[in-house]
Design a protein around this ligand. Structure first.
Ligand code: ADP
Ligand code: MG
Length: 213
């Protein structure tokens, strides 16, 4: 792969793989949310990504940026709760960061995910350690930036990002929630993986899957 090689078809494949894995794992996500929330996280995201799959089948956007923006807008429209606006904003900000380019580099993808993380934190004001999706996304963004700095190829970069997101999600288990519905449980939120961190890990794992293809 060259320096500027992630095209719209790549992003469509990524989002398609996200939709597939969210569908396959929605019961697990909902079980995680049943433990420390209201048991709707898997259903929420599956509804959103099913609508996205439909929208992309109707008309695939012409650029990676437009595609991610459509993903974000659909999530905001279709997914309720906390995660819809948060993920929706993240994908829209990531799309905006990519501008009108028809192909983007891994460095630009890293920058877009960083913009997505900033969008989540501006909206939800969660820091790392608060037991949210930020605990999976922030380390993934750092791993991606480090991989770019090290001159890694897209496959190595996505692998590092996915590993960091999975580790970050697992690290939420001993945390006490300080944001979102789970925070109402106080110390009883300890001992469970955060559902949003788990779904973020799925999104990054899907990136690894399509990059390895
Ligand atoms: P709701 O909590 O409204 O039912 P979901 O169940 O779809 O929404 O999503 C819950 C997830 O949203 C949590 O597991 C957490 O990762 C994430 N979340 C909640 N509040 C925040 C916040 N302020 N910042 C970042 N993420 C948050
Ligand atoms: Mg919920």
């Amino acid at each position: 792969m060259g320096a500027s090689d992630l095209d719209t078809a790549f992003f469509a494949a990524w989002i398609g793989e996200v939709a597939r894995t969210i569908g396959a794992e929605k019961d697990r996500l909902t079980r995680l949310d049943a433990a420390i929330g209201d048991a709707d996280h898997g259903a929420n995201l599956d509804r959103g990504f099913t609508a996205i799959t439909q929208a992309l089948a109707d008309k695939e956007p012409g650029t990676p940026g437009a595609l991610l923006h459509l993903v974000g807008s659909t999530l905001i429209r279709k997914v309720g709760g906390a995660s819809g606006p948060l993920y929706g904003t993240a994908f829209r900000e990531a799309g905006k960061a990519l501008g009108d380019a028809t192909e983007v580099s891994v460095a630009e993808l890293a920058g877009a995910l960083e913009a997505g993380l900033a969008g989540i934190q501006n909206l939800g004001s969660a820091a790392e350690g608060d037991k949210t999706m930020v605990d999976a996304l922030a380390p993934a963004v750092r791993a991606l930036a480090q991989a770019v700095q090290d001159g890694s190829d897209p496959r190595q970069a996505a692998d590092a990002a996915a590993s960091a997101a999975l580790a970050g999600a697992e690290a939420t288990i001993p945390m006490q929630a300080r944001k979102g519905r789970a925070s109402y449980l106080g110390p009883r939120s300890v001992g469970h993986e955060d559902p949003g961190a788990a779904s973020t890990a799925l999104i990054l794992t899907a990136l690894r899957t399509v990059t390895a293809q």
